[in-house]
Structure formats: structure tokens, C-alpha cells
Design a protein around this ligand. Structure first.
Ligand SMILES: Cc1cc2nc3c(=O)[nH]c(=O)nc-3n(C[C@H](O)[C@H](O)[C@H](O)COP(=O)(O)OP(=O)(O)OC[C@H]3O[C@@H](n4cnc5c(N)ncnc54)[C@H](O)[C@@H]3O)c2cc1C
Length: 418
């Protein structure tokens, strides 16, 4: 079949790859000049299979109030509240119950574990250099309250067979020796043994090359404007370079998926949650992180990527605005200096970046069919699109190829919102 994939981020490219492997004739279109130049460009690089959890959970509304008032706040809400933001906050709130959290987490873990297998297969098949590190992920606690709360998390981890170790300060230093310099600031941590870190931009571009070898055509600098439909069938996608037609269409436009689909009566609850990262060259290897960490206090990730360190975090609710605010720079720099004071070289053009996470209120991506028989969705991966990317590509390829997916896909498609 002829398949058009809209979007060339990690989700679009992994969809294209598995569709081409299944024998389809695939074209990918994207408004950028290459793959992974939008949200997949400079994310935190964490492959957090073990830490895959929705943001919305019990206790979050109370924590969010505290975060809003904190000096280095992980959550920023534009005071000029729009209807879009209010609607999203309300939907998040509805997902903060124990029952919803468990359902949402189980769906996310299913996709993440499937992606973990897919990455392992990929590493065996190709020799992509994408700065992969299998050092686990260290979640660092600074307060007694965090240590207490982590006991509840551990029960959940046990339930999902996640391999982890609870660590005291010495244990944390064994995993990340440079923490010795700040040992008085931390109280312990959880080491997610199977989590990894790697460069999503590099990987997506290697995978795009592998796609090309399988015959996938990439049309860049093409802006999608409108989807044409008749009854319950898509007849083409209008772009600034003309009409694209195919037998099947996959929408993998990340945060931009919603506006394109709304005229079709498909209203996805995806909100563009802005996050920031800064990438800095390493000054001295022994003082730098060896893998990836999550500072639980500031919700900031610190990841070793090749000869650089990437510090990423913040959830800013300010609609589709991608501008770089000073708070992004301030918080990421503060956390790096606080935990790894000697690690990075301060350079003038430190690479500050902002991206829009395509967040659903339940944290789970939207993968599967639509009311239009030839239109499919692979979007809404929020905070974990890199982690869940390959599994999501495999699932959509199975669905379109009318093969039974290898994992249970209950609750992944858009119909869960009805
Ligand atoms: C600060 C930050 C840190 C993160 N850290 C992690 C992490 O550590 N681990 C993790 O798993 N995830 C992380 N994420 C989330 C992850 O980056 C995203 O979930 C993922 O990149 C989404 O991929 P995507 O392909 O859906 O979207 P995108 O990468 O945004 O791709 C969508 C594509 O659609 C194209 N497009 C949009 N509109 C149009 C149009 N009209 N016409 C043509 N093309 C169009 C865009 O150009 C873009 O290339 C992080 C995100 C942020 C912001």
C-alpha cells in the first residue's frame, strides 16, 4: 500500500521504518529541512522504561501548588490563562486519582517495554552511533519526604517488574562518582537499572537513513495545510507544495497534530507543554555524570551525551509559544551547578533550546485508528516520546498492515476519550 506519514520526528520516522519493513511504499513529509528538528531535537535523552509514569497522579495537585511558588519552579503557568490551558488543567486534574493513575501507567509501561525490546533489536541490526549509554537512570532525592514517598513508588515498580535498586548516599556516589562533591545535599535515590540514555536527534536521523535504504521517500520543507475528506475517507493532504495522496495516512505531527485534525471532527486533548534544555561541553570527565539522573526536587534531568552534558526540564504552560525565556536557562544552570559544580565548561553560546511536549492529560500516547478508515494516529507522546518511539512505530505498522500487534493495544487509541 502507498502510505503517507505526516511528520518526521522520532514518531514519524519510526512509523515509516516499520511500515517500510512491512513492505509498504512510504513517503514522509515535514515542514522542516531534516528529521527531528522539532521536539525530537534536544530532549533530555532519557530512555526511561522503568520511570514511565503519567504526570497526573495522586498528590500532584498539592505538589503543583508548591512548585508554582518555588524559587526554581519546575512548573510555570502563564498568568494570562487561555481556555486551552484551563481545559488541559481540568483534564489533568481528573486523571489524578489512584484508579486513573494505575490504568494510565499500565498503558504507558506496555508501550515503553515494547520500545525497549525494539531498541535492543535495532542495536543488534545496525551500528548507529547515537551516544547510547546503558548506565541506568538515577533518581536523586534531597528530602526525607521524597524518600518516604518513594516507598509507594517502589510498590508500583514491583508490580510492573521494573528492575531497580534503592540507594543510600554512598550507593548514589557509586553510580555517579562525581556526586561525592555534593554528598551533603542528597539523601538517597532509586537506580532504575534497565533505563538508558541516548541522543534522540542522532538516532532519528540514522533511522531516517535506514528508511531511505528501504525505499522511503522524505519530502522536507513541505508544510501541511489541510486534510481533504469525503464521508469517512481521506482523499488527500493539501500542502504548500501541492496535494499528496495515498492509500493510508499517518498523523505524527506531535503538538501540531490537533489543529490539522480538528476540521475532521477529531478533537485530541493534546497540549503543547513547553520544556527547556541546555547542552554544554564537559570540562572534566571525572566530575561529569556518567549516565542520566533525575533531580526529584526540581524535576530536572541531567544526561551525559557524548562529550556534552544536557540538562533539561520545566513544564511551562503557555500555549504554542516556543520562545526562550530566562527561567529556562536559570533553572537548568542552577541544577547543574548544584549537583555537578565542576562538570561543564561555561561557553558563550551554550545551546539553550525549547520544545513543545505533545502532552495528553492521561500521559498515554494516542496510537491507532480513527473514524476515517484510512487515517491513523501516532501522536501525543508527551514527556516520553523518545522512550516510547520505536514501540509506537511498530504498533501503528501492525495496525495498518492488519496484523495483530505483538502487545495488547487496549486503551491506546483515541476512542478511550469517548
Ligand atoms: C525539554 C524536553 C525534554 C524531554 N526529555 C525526554 C526524555 O528524556 N525522554 C523521552 O522519552 N522524551 C523526552 N521528551 C519528549 C520527546 O522529546 C517527545 O515526546 C518527542 O520528541 C515527540 O516526538 P514527535 O515525533 O511526536 O514530535 P516532533 O519531534 O515534534 O515531530 C513532529 C514533526 O511534525 C512536523 N510538523 C508539524 N506541523 C507540520 C505541518 N503543518 N506540516 C509539516 N510538518 C509539520 C514538525 O516539523 C516535526 O518535525 C522531552 C521533551 C522536551 C521538550
Amino acid at each position: 500500500m502507498k502510505i503517507l506519514v505526516a511528520g518526521s520526528g522520532i514518531i514519524g520516522v519510526s512509523s515509516a521504518y516499520y511500515l517500510a519493513k512491512a513492505g509498504h511504499e512510504v513517503t514522509v513529509v515535514d515542514q522542516e529541512s531534516a528529521s527531528a528538528l522539532s521536539t525530537s531535537y534536544a530532549n533530555a535523552g532519557q530512555l526511561s522504561y522503568g520511570m514511565s509514569s503519567p504526570w497526573a497522579g495522586p498528590g500532584i495537585p498539592f505538589k503543583a501548588m508548591k512548585w508554582l511558588l518555588a524559587k526554581y519552579a519546575p512548573l510555570i503557568i502563564n498568568p494570562k490563562l487561555t481556555f486551552l490551558t484551563i481545559k488541559f488543567l481540568f483534564k489533568i486534574l481528573r486523571n489524578c486519582t489512584v484508579a486513573r493513575y494505575e490504568i494510565n501507567k499500565s498503558r504507558m509501561v506496555r508501550v515503553s517495554k515494547y520500545s525497549q525490546q525494539a531498541i535492543t533489536e535495532m542495536v543488534k541490526e545496525y551500528d548507529f552511533d547515537f551516544e547510547l549509554r546503558s548506565h541506568g537512570l538515577l533518581q536523586v532525592f534531597r528530602t526525607q519526604a521524597q524518600l518516604e514517598a518513594s516507598k509507594k513508588d517502589m510498590a508500583v515498580l514491583d508490580a510492573y517488574n521494573v528492575k531497580y535498586k534503592k540507594l543510600n548516599v554512598e550507593g548514589c556516589i557509586k553510580v555517579e562518582p562525581a556526586l561525592i562533591h555534593v554528598k551533603d545535599k542528597i539523601l538517597g535515590g532509586i537506580h532504575y537499572l534497565e533505563d538508558q540514555s541516548a541522543n534522540c536527534f542522532l538516532f532519528t536521523n540514522h533511522l531516517a537513513q535506514a528508511c531511505k535504504a528501504l525505499g522511503v521517500k522524505f519530502d522536507f520543507n513541505v508544510s501541511i495545510q489541510k486534510i481533504d475528506y469525503e464521508n469517512k475517507s481521506i482523499v488527500g493532504i493539501q500542502t504548500d507544495k501541492g496535494l499528496y495522496q495515498a492509500d493510508r495516512y499517518v498523523i505524527a505531527l506531535g503538538s501540531e497534530s490537533t489543529d490539522i485534525l480538528a476540521p475532521l471532527g477529531i478533537n485530541l486533548p493534546i497540549y503543547p507543554v513547553k520544556g527547556y534544555s541546555i547542552t554544554m561541553p564537559i570540562k572534566d570527565d571525572v566530575d561529569a555524570p556518567q549516565g542520566t539522573l533525575m533531580d526529584e526536587t526540581y524535576k530536572v534531568a541531567i544526561t551525559r551525551l557524548g562529550d556534552t552534558i544536557r540538562i533539561a526540564g520545566i513544564a511551562e504552560l503557555t500555549g504554542y509559544d516556543k520562545s526562550l525565556s530566562k527561567s529556562g536557562d536559570r533553572i537548568t544552570q542552577f541544577v547543574l551547578k548544584d549537583l555537578f559544580p565542576k562538570a561543564a565548561e561555561q561557553v558563550e553560546d551554550d545551546h539553550l533550546w525549547a520544545g513543545l511536549r505533545p502532552m495528553t492529560p492521561d500521559g498515554t500516547p494516542i496510537i491507532g485508528k480513527t473514524p476515517y478508515y484510512n487515517l491513523f494516529l501516532n501522536t501525543g507522546h508527551g514527556t516520553l516520546g523518545w522512550t516510547m518511539g520505536l514501540g509506537s512505530g511498530k504498533i501503528i505498522s501492525s495496525i495498518i498492515s492488519e496484523k495483530t500487534p505483538e502487545i495488547d493495544i487496549e486503551g491506546l487509541d483515541m476512542f478511550r476519550y469517548q
